[in-house]
Design a protein around this ligand. Structure first.
Ligand code: SAM
Ligand code: SF4
Length: 463
């Protein structure tokens, strides 16, 4: 596979087997000073065992997350638009030969309805997700869908950032997405292990791993600056995958001067009509998963880490502290799922996999507030053109945190005023009060007038 020298990765991993606690300590000390780690240092962290070293690793990840992003966690919802697929991914319910699910490609009216349901919940950020129907690329359909979502309204509310996770496109196709105002283009390599890739993607356009890996470059070439990458954990050895993912990222940084905006960490879930989950040899345990998230946080401190509702409430709650900066909430993985009450448990209505966290957005906001994390609906960076290199040049000297905190508090206040139920509102106001007081004077000066404006009904103010 392009960029990936498997022998080198195995050598790095086997060379890192017996690492002393002192050495781990010095790598962690380097990472908390926000210096990028070398790949052989990452390999050493991947060998961490034992309670003491593991808790040192977790502490370091949580410090780095708070240093760069503060205590905010960005919330979003996936919006599945199509599950008709020409690929044969062994692990996915949308696989072409899976007869057990209902197939559906939403029309623009249905997409608008889905967006309105999300707006009514209080969402402001949407990730469009689509299968790959095959034949001519579906760029025009994606463009229409993105525009439909941006133009959906519920009272004064609209979706402020639309990201997309869809099959690789041509440079022209990516240009169309860029012109339609796409935020991040997200594409997971699934596995960086060549043989495993070929086995699990035997037919269809996705069967060519290089076309997939090169799609990231085509997206950059088309001017999309925010790219999201990821591994589907559970397909192959997680140590290999993590090192390969970071190798890929290092190559992108070298070639384009900027790495991905986000890294997603999906972990394989059972899916209707596939045996893959039960037979997988490479399942990643909860502890291993927490370690790999912490290691990614340390290795690339400036890249957002996204976690979906594939993970259980307990795991998600623990992973907030280890470096996750964005989470989905109240998700459905079937096209049209938001309009169908009960679709959360009903995977045979066309869901991609079984979700483990079915809490509402209000519940998630409450939980974050109780953990003293700021639930954020911010979409400012993209709209202020702080993407790609511009974002990194702010993030690296630690200058993004102030903006994140202000925007997070303003968008939280909007959510509380417009959507919160029960005691979430009063708890949220108390958190805003507490966090505001701890901000530097300069940030307070910007924040207070914004909060007052929100109280007067003015919306969508950001820095
Ligand atoms: N069809 C496009 C593709 O495959 O790139 C994009 C959308 S696909 C619906 C989004 C992602 O879902 C895939 O990249 C894969 O990582 C993930 N996925 C598929 N089956 C899964 C499963 N059983 N459990 C968890 N994630 C899964
Ligand atoms: Fe289709 Fe994507 Fe599922 Fe593969 S992972 S079957 S390409 S939707």
């Amino acid at each position: 596979m392009k960029y990936i020298n498997e022998e080198k990765i195995y050598t790095q991993l086997s060379g890192a087997k017996s690492v002393s606690t002192q050495e781990i300590e010095s790598i962690l000390a380097k990472s908390v000073s926000l210096k990028r780690l070398e790949l052989d240092e990452v390999a050493k962290l991947l060998s961490v065992e034992g309670q003491k070293s593991t808790s040192m690793l977790f502490d370091a990840a949580s410090r780095v997350k708070n240093e760069i992003y503060g205590s905010r966690v960005v919330l979003f919802a996936p919006l599945y638009i199509n599950n008709i697929c020409s690929n044969y991914c062994a692990y996915c319910a949308f696989r072409a030969d899976n007869k057990t699910i209902k197939r559906r490609k939403l029309n623009q009216e249905e997409i608008s309805e889905q967006a309105r349901v999300l707006l009514k919940m209080g969402h402001k950020r949407v990730l469009v997700v689509s299968s790959e129907p095959g034949g001519k690329e579906d760029a025009d359909y994606y463009v229409d869908s993105i525009k439909t979502i941006y133009s959906a309204r519920f009272n004064n509310n609209y979706i402020r950032r639309v990201n997309i996770n869809c099959a690789p496109l041509s440079i022209d196709g990516f240009r169309k997405l860029k012109d339609a105002g796409i935020g991040t283009y997200q594409l997971f390599q699934e596995t960086y292990h060549h043989k495993t890739y070929l086995q699990l993607h035997p037919k269809g356009p996705k069967s060519d791993p290089d076309n997939r890996i090169e799609a990231i470059e085509r997206a950059f070439a088309a001017g999309i600056e925010d790219i999201g990458v990821g591994v589907l954990y559970g397909l192959y050895d997680y140590r290999f995958e993590t090192l390969a993912l970071l190798t890929h990222i290092a190559c992108l940084e070298q070639k384009f001067g900027v790495g991905p905006h986000t890294i997603s960490v999906p972990r394989i879930e059972p899916a209707l009509g596939t045996e893959f989950f039960d037979s997988s040899r490479y399942k990643v345990s909860d502890l291993e998963f927490k370690k790999l998230v912490a290691i990614i946080r340390l290795a690339v401190p400036y890249t957002g880490i996204i976690l979906s509702t594939r993970e259980s409430p307990k795991m998600r709650d623990e992973l907030f502290n280890l470096g996750v900066s964005q989470i989905s909430a109240a998700s459905r993985t079937s096209p049209g799922g938001y309009a169908e009450p009960g679709a959360d448990k009903d995977t045979d209505s066309g869901g991609q996999f079984v979700l483990s966290d079915n809490r509402s957005l209000n519940d998630m906001v409450k939980l974050l507030i109780e953990k003293k994390s700021i639930p954020s609906f911010c979409a400012a960076c993209y709209r202020k053109e702080r993407t790609g290199k511009a974002f990194m040049s702010l993030a690296k000297p630690g200058n993004i945190k102030g903006k994140c905190s202000i925007n997070a508090l303003v968008t939280l206040k909007e959510y509380l005023d417009d959507f919160a139920t029960g005691d979430v509102r009063s708890q949220g106001y108390a958190l805003i009060d507490e966090v505001s007081k701890s901000l530097p004077e300069e940030d307070k000066k910007q924040l207070i007038p914004f909060l007052e404006e929100v109280s007067r009904g003015i919306r969508d103010k950001y820095v």
